[in-house]
Ligand binder design. Sequence first.
Ligand code: AMP
Length: 190
Amino acid sequence: MRLIIMGPPGAGKGTQAAGVADQYGIPAISTGDIFRANVSEGTALGVEAQRYMDAGEYVPDEITNAMVRDRLAAEDCKPGFLLDGYPRTLAQVEVLDGILADAGTPLDAVLVLTVDSEELVQRLLARAQVEGRADDTEEVIRRRQEVYSEQTAPLIAVYGERGVLVSVDGMGEVDEVSARISAALAGVTT
Ligand code: AMP
């Protein structure tokens, strides 16, 4: 099963991605997590990525694409994968298309979590207090929502035209959303 999970910052992608990946026995690949791991390890990639992340901006496509290309070539991605937070720009969609075409492995579905944007900001502010993420200040949160609307929301239409979009209501308790996702994905052929 090859899946993408999309949705604005705070939609609960990471939480839901873990459950879906477990269910299908595939790795959940979060570009945000990979960047954060590099930041904590102080790698060259982390140093470069951090200034964008701290400002709520996207890390440049060349850096992100190269990282994802490497990750998808790993052995554990053979049975499939769930991409969380990638692609986020039209240029990333094109690169992912190329990677998948070269491997002869098309996407099965693009899961989109739909949520109310004001509730999102509140959720992110609550998360900031618990996790202390540097990119969870109110100003940066608002900027991340803007960047999502400008650069990533248009991808929904792109995947919609390809007929692979699975839209799920992301509001409510984690378990309720998980149940909706399971039901929606049950209709997707593997
Ligand atoms: P996330 O944990 O998915 O919210 O990602 C945190 C931050 O990592 C984002 O705000 C971006 O700065 C960066 N990032 C994650 N994924 C991407 C991507 N696909 N393209 C560019 N930047 C990304």
